[in-house]
Design a protein. Structure first.
Length: 289
């Protein structure tokens, strides 16, 4: 009897857990659609910016615009921006991003570069605080719906430090959103700006007013902010996809556990009923004797 009561308690507990994970799966699915729409909307704009920069790029511009300037004596100091989520229950999503950041930090240090760590998201902040790693800056207020203003706030001081020569490069560790099932971590260098190669593509013809220099002066900071914005929105979408997958797996596992517990409970209950019937029959036979 005690075993049957314990099984009933476990069944109720697993049912409650499955209800929670199912609800979280539905919420993540709803948020994923909006996050995916933001990613899809941001990509054509980023691609168009990259194409224009590739067409306007010229070696002479690197002398005038600091954001195009490659470090002459090699990379000595790098700002590494790690973008993670504020919440967990998403499988290995945050852990993979942190692992990629640690790998890149180690690689830069082996190359002789100092690394300034800038963290976005509670999970990254919590990990590197626990690891007692020096943190240059941290943000936990961006959440699941990043905006271009958030990207400008994050990248603005880094652009200024790069222009002043304090930094030789700025890199971002973020998720690359491929689908709701796949968002692997990647490291992207956003400063100095390197124009994408368009080998084999026909050169576009532009009528430039007032001049290429004036356009680049406005376009280059915009391009850097857009790269940071892409990193934020793709990581947000990757988190929603990872959480949806994790909660779906948890819901399915809870269903399997419930099936096992119910079969075990039914067998225990059947054995108990059989024993009670046997006792009744034995008692009746004893009274006849």
């Amino acid at each position: 009897m005690a075993q049957a009561r314990e099984l009933r308690r476990r069944i109720k507990s697993v049912q409650s857990t499955r209800q929670i994970t199912k609800t979280m799966e539905m919420v993540a699915t709803s948020k994923l659609k909006r996050a995916q729409d933001r990613v899809i909307a941001a990509r054509p704009y980023a691609a168009a910016l990259a194409d224009v920069l590739a067409d306007l790029d010229a070696p002479a511009y690197a002398e005038r615009f600091p954001l195009l300037r490659q470090p002459a004596g090699g990379v000595r100091r790098v700002a590494l921006v790690l973008v993670t989520a504020n919440r967990g229950l998403c499988g290995g999503f945050n852990a993979n991003l942190i692992r990629e950041a640690r790998r890149r930090m180690q690689e830069l240090k082996e190359q002789g570069a100092a690394v300034d760590l800038h963290l976005i998201g509670r999970k990254g902040v919590a990990y590197f605080r626990f690891a007692r790693q020096p943190i240059a800056s941290q943000r936990i207020d961006i959440g699941d719906r990043p905006t271009p203003e958030h990207a400008a706030d994050v990248v603005g001081p880094l652009v200024q430090a790069f222009e002043q020569g304090v930094l030789d490069a700025v890199e971002v560790v973020c998720a690359q959103f491929k689908s709701s099932m796949s968002a692997p971590p990647v490291t992207r260098r956003i400063l100095p700006i390197e124009a994408a190669s368009r080998a084999g593509a026909p050169a576009a013809f532009y009528i430039l007013r007032p001049s290429a220099e004036a356009i680049l002066e406005r376009l280059l900071p915009l391009y850097v902010r857009n790269q940071m914005f892409r990193a934020l929105v793709e990581t947000a979408a990757g988190f929603q996809g990872a959480q949806r997958t994790a909660m779906k797996n948890a819901t399915d596992s809870a269903g399997e556990i419930l099936d096992v517990l119910r079969r075990t409970y039914n067998r225990a209950r059947q054995a108990q009923i059989t024993q009670e019937l046997a006792e009744i029959v034995g008692g009746a036979e004893a009274l006849k004797g």
